[in-house]
Design a protein around this ligand. Structure first.
Ligand code: ZN
Length: 93
């Protein structure tokens, strides 16, 4: 079984990934066009934001356009559609 130090390590990895995601979003953002990279970096280094983001797997929000379609419209998610297609193909072969 994994111990606490491993989970702490994975938490750090996840947070670093979220930091990179935030940086990527900020760099492509229209509103940060006139900002220097130092300014962008500082804005994206808020530990509270990163921690909150890491706890929800980098999801920005869960409104109707970003969230799970099953929750909002009763539709199947992309991954479900793909896996069903694959299953069908496997049965045909
Ligand atoms: Zn949203």
């Amino acid at each position: 079984m994994r111990d606490k130090s491993y989970r702490r390590h994975k938490d750090e990895v996840k947070k670093e990934k979220c930091h990179q995601v935030l940086l990527g979003r900020a760099k492509n953002n229209y509103f940060s066009k006139n900002k220097t990279s130092d300014q962008i970096h500082e804005e994206c280094s808020d530990k509270k934001t990163i921690g909150r983001m890491a706890s929800v797997h980098s999801a920005g929000c869960s409104c109707h356009s970003c969230g799970n379609p099953r929750k909002h419209f009763g539709e199947k998610t992309r991954q479900e559609i793909i896996s069903e297609k694959k299953e069908k193909e496997d049965k045909e072969e």
